[in-house]
Design a protein around this ligand. Structure first.
Ligand SMILES: Nc1ncnc2c1ncn2[C@@H]1O[C@H](COP(=O)(O)OP(=O)(O)OP(=O)(O)O)[C@@H](O)[C@H]1O
Length: 453
């Protein structure tokens, strides 16, 4: 059982920390208490580093406050207890709900209704690691090594084309590589909805249910498509519960943090947070360059460093666009027989770059918003809180969220180093005001038109 001292600390931390932080960093900790020491075992070094930097002091204070004298020493390290699944610190997880997968199913193939749609090209080996995706990759790798037991569900979210699907397939491929009898299915959420509708029409919903529930791992991509589809959510809710209780692995991706998906049932949102929720951020320049080099090497194309840097600097939106640009350069070079040089790349990408130049940047938004409200950009970045500055700042933040692929922390940074929760708050306020206040609604629409045409 989980030690009572840590349980009391946990209860307090759950109240004090934002839910996402608590779920990501604190919930995965496993506690071992012996009266003198409270050992906190973290699944990997990222968790250790984060806890050390952000909450270690607070944990010590809480242990001081709630522990018996003499206060136990707190030790934080990477590790896990041997019987991890039953003892994982997960206040919602039914402990020992079902110890193992159902007894030997007669056929171990993925049922026909699902088909195995894993893409063999998406592996860990060709996934380039960088600061932006480090935690996501580490978590995915652990899930692949220990499906159903490391983090369940694993929820990966982030903007388009940043590698969520790639990571998800990488997990599936690794699970299959380690155990070719494992039933792993990748299903886009639109396909789930479509298959379910068909099953209802053809009266085969029971087969549909059995098929999904017999999996060892279910990977569902882009779950934002479930929004507003109540019957599918209902079905998925039961599938989720059945898999979760059987300790079968669930991996989900989404273009945003689960709580922010409008039209998704609360009970699903809360379940999505039971395991680990990780964000994939847009890659920084060096990672973009490394991705380009790796993709070029995979197709045996020689890509000079300076050209890789040039493409990475100019195409900043996402990895898919980056790949598209590289493909275009390579195709042109193969077609014309010319070597890939800087001049060649500039020429090959001329149209794309012109388009890119017209894309909206945060700086551009700040400039336009400042002009519109007749204030200075510096005001937007300042700490001033008067309404005449704070409201335009919130509008600018909401526009940055809507029109760019930058993450909330990046937007916060670009507005004078603000926290991502401030950006989130701004987006919510503006969304509400656009519905209730004509003035704000008009201002916002005018700005949208100016910026995005
Ligand atoms: N870190 C990376 N290393 C190598 N390739 C990457 C990386 N990140 C993304 N990619 C590549 O970028 C392309 C887009 O990635 P992917 O389809 O996984 O994005 P996504 O986040 O699922 O996007 P969407 O939300 O649109 O589904 C893929 O070809 C993928 O291989």
């Amino acid at each position: 059982m989980q030690g009572s001292l840590w349980r009391r600390c946990l209860a307090q931390l759950e109240v004090e920390l934002p839910e996402q932080q608590f779920n990501t960093w604190i919930r995965p900790l496993q506690a071992v208490e012996d009266g003198r020491t409270l050992r906190l075992l973290a699944p990997n070094r990222f968790v250790v580093d984060w806890v050390n930097e952000n909450v270690a002091g607070r944990i010590s204070e809480l242990v001081d406050a709630v522990g018996d004298a003499p206060t136990p020493a707190v030790v934080l390290e990477v590790g896990s207890r041997p019987s991890a699944p039953a003892m994982t610190i997960n206040t919602h997880q039914p402990i020992g709900a079902r110890p193992s997968a159902p007894a030997a199913a007669p056929v171990r193939d993925v049922p026909a209704v699902l088909g195995s749609r894993l893409n063999p090209d998406f592996t860990f080996a060709n996934f380039v690691e960088g600061k932006s995706n480090q935690l996501g990759r580490a978590a995915a790798f652990q899930v692949a090594e220990n499906p159903g037991r490391a983090y369940n569900p694993l929820f990966i979210y982030g903007g388009v084309g940043l590698g969520k699907t790639h990571l998800m397939h990488a997990v599936g491929n690794m699970i299959k590589a380690r155990n070719d009898r494992a039933r792993v299915a990748y299903v886009h959420s639109e396909r789930f909805v479509g298959d379910m509708v068909k099953a209802l029409q053809h009266n085969t919903i029971n087969d549909f249910k059995t098929a999904y529930r017999s999996l060892d791992a279910l990977l569902i991509d882009d779950i934002q498509f479930f929004a507003g589809k109540d019957r599918s959510q209902e079905e998925f809710f039961h599938t989720f519960n059945a898999l979760f209780e059987g300790q079968q692995q669930i991996i989900l991706t989404c273009d945003r943090y689960p709580k922010e998906v409008d039209g998704l049932e609360e009970r699903l949102k809360s379940r999505f947070g039971w395991g680990l929720t990780v964000a994939i951020e847009p890659p920084e320049l060096e990672t973009c360059v490394a991705i380009l080099m790796s993709k070029a090497a995979a197709t045996r194309v020689e890509l000079p460093d300076e050209v890789a840097f040039f493409i990475a600097k100019r195409i900043r939106s996402n990895v898919r666009e980056l790949e598209g640009a590289l493909r275009r350069v390579v195709a042109n070079s193969q077609f014309t027989g010319r070597a890939i040089t800087m001049d060649f790349a500039k020429e090959a990408l001329r149209d794309l770059l012109a388009l890119q130049d017209r894309l909206v940047t945060i700086e551009n938004i700040q400039k336009t918003v400042a002009e519109y409200f007749k204030i200075r950009v510096a005001d937007l970045l300042s700490k001033r809180r008067s309404r005449s500055i704070a409201r335009p700042r919130q509008v600018a933040m909401a526009l940055a969220k809507e029109l760019t692929s930058h993450s909330l922390p990046e937007i916060g940074d670009a507005f004078g180093g603000r926290d991502h929760t401030t950006v989130l708050h701004a987006c919510r306020v503006i969304k509400e005001l656009r519905e209730s206040n004509t003035r704000t609604s008009e201002d916002y629409s005018n700005l949208l038109r100016t910026l995005a045409g």
